[in-house]
Design a binder for this molecule. Structure first.
Ligand code: NDP
Length: 481
């Protein structure tokens, strides 16, 4: 049995308490490694190391920092296969997905911010006959990054890359459910020439080490991605300490299909937006609204496509749906399917656990599920399920679908499917979401602002937004004589 370690001050350390937790492979249901159950003592070591490293790292030239981060990106790239297998084993996702999305994207995150920092600039404001203001943007100090299990290294690197590029020292915690790929980063950081103490990776539970990080007075900013309830808890602790906070939280995203679409083509795209990564992407559309004129035709084609999707073990190159991340999460999703039935929903396809042949018989597989017959206001359509479950509902008018799309506490993302440019512009303008895709889904440009409105979070990540978050502006005024 492998025992993972924390990465502190450039070296791997067992947890001070000596306590570990099980790490389960969702594809088989078996425990395959042990994770440190870190606490306050481990955090103290990491904070001390980060404090020692900060003067060197924050004053290093941008070119040198950039070169180290580029070497880190290259270090992941040369171990692509190892990272792909590790991510898939930890999370249950098809290896094909980890190979095409998760790990290449983690490489891109380091690459993007390593180069972005070389182009990052700050403003100056000239005052005629008076003087000049110029604004510096310096690193904050020690920052905390806390990431979820759905896109483990992808979201972990999306936070630590800009934090490091901006000159901060980082203490980062991956989800306890998917810690493996983050634990591989330590050696790569050392090989890339990153000074000891600049990047520290602690493992353990949210309520233990996560909470310690959020409460620690020397950690000046927290970048968090996870559930809305956890985000509220973090804000309650961090806000009175005046920490900078970036919170990327849950969603209940609408997918809106107008009657002028090519049904066959749109069905394929909406299969992807509904069920990619077993529906465990915060951006997945889980409420599908279809115009009444094409509702029946779309429904038949969609259910046909979904019911033929292959649910299989992650190493199967033909797997379209892998395992969901844990037994507890699988049971939560099955609970929502039961709730949907109680609320009057009809399961058109799926709705059940799938048992594959040994050795995957006890893995956490669910058939992709489509439910109709529910109102937008029921719990199934208001609460985040975060699994391979979507509802489908007809609409008659643009104003009606707009009202339903906006009628949840969330405001993360939407996709709109139409050939009518006026409809597309009107909808995009009026949807209360941080991100709107038209005739597409999850096309990402790392320069764009990423994040949600309402209960989907506070702040934006990506591009300059991330570099602004991880720096402290100071305005300096020089008077003319
Ligand atoms: P959680 O909120 O349960 O956990 C997210 C991270 O926070 C994990 O590392 C977790 O640790 C940690 N954590 C939990 N409790 C605390 C605490 N009290 N203090 C500090 N850290 C804590 O979310 P999930 O991991 O279940 O992820 C799924 C959620 O993430 C969904 O709601 C999804 O919508 C959201 N998400 C949002 C995205 C966005 O960009 N808006 C993108 C991706 C996901 P541990 O796992 O070890 O308990």
């Amino acid at each position: 049995m492998e025992y993972l370690k924390n990465f502190i001050d450039g070296a791997y350390h067992a947890p001070v308490s000596g306590q570990y937790m099980d790490n389960v492979n969702p594809a088989t249901g078996e425990v395959y490694s042990q994770i440190p159950r870190s606490g306050a003592d481990d955090l103290t070591m990491a904070v001390n190391a980060a404090e020692r490293a900060f003067p060197l790292w924050s004053r290093m030239s941008v070119n040198e920092r950039s070169a180290i981060l580029l070497r880190l990106a290259a270090g992941i790239e040369v171990r692509m296969d190892e990272f792909v297998m590790a991510e898939s084993r930890d999370n249950g996702k098809p290896e094909k997905l980890a190979a095409h999305v998760d790990i290449p994207r983690a490489v891109s995150n380091f690459h993007f911010f390593a180069t972005a920092i070389e182009h990052f600039s700050s403003e100056s404001h000239y005052m005629e006959n008076v003087g000049i203001n110029f604004t510096t943007r310096r690193p904050i100090g020690i920052v905390g990054c806390i990431s979820p299990w759905n896109l483990p290294l992808y979201l972990f690197s999306w936070k630590i890359a800009p934090a490091l590029a901006a000159g901060n020292c980082v203490i980062a915690k991956p989800s306890e459910i998917t810690p493996y790929t983050a634990s591989l980063l330590g050696n790569i950081a050392n090989e890339a020439g990153m000074p000891a103490g600049v990047l520290n990776i602690l493992h353990g539970t949210g309520p233990e080490i996560g909470n310690e990080m959020v409460s620690h007075p020397k950690i000046k900013a927290i970048s968090f991605t996870g559930g809305t309830a956890t985000g509220q808890h973090i804000a309650r602790i961090a806000a009175p300490m005046f920490k900078k906070l970036s919170l990327e939280l849950g969603g209940k995203n609408p997918t809106i299909v107008f009657p002028d679409v090519d049904i066959k083509q749109t069905v394929k795209e909406i299969f992807r937006s509904s069920f990619s990564n077993q529906g465990q992407i915060c951006l997945c559309g889980s409420r599908i609204f279809v115009h009444q004129d094409i509702y029946e035709a779309f429904k038949i084609a969609f259910v046909d496509w979904v019911s033929s999707a292959k649910v299989s073990y992650p190493a199967d190159p033909n797997a379209q749906i892998g395992a969901v991340v844990s037994k507890g999460h699988m049971e939560k999703i099955l609970g929502y399917i039961e709730l949907a039935k109680e609320e009057g929903g009809r399961v058109l396809t799926g709705g059940v656990r799938v048992h594959l042949d040994a050795p995957y018989h006890d893995g956490f597989y669910l058939a992709p599920t489509v439910i109709e017959g529910l109102s937008n206001s029921c719990r199934t359509n208001q609460e985040e399920i975060f699994g391979p479950v979507v509802t489908i509902m007809p609409f008659a008018e643009e104003s009606e679908v707009l009202a339903m799309a906006n009628d949840t506490k969330y405001g993360l993302a939407a996709s709109v499917w139409t050939k009518d440019l006026n409809v597309a512009h009107r909808m995009a303008d009026r949807l209360e979401m941080g991100i709107v895709w038209v005739n597409s889904w999850l096309i990402r440009d790392l320069r764009t602002p990423f994040g949600g409105m309402k209960d989907s979070g506070v702040g934006r990540e990506g591009g300059w937004e991330a570099l602004r978050f991880f720096t402290e502006p100071k305005n300096i005024f020089i008077k003319h004589e």
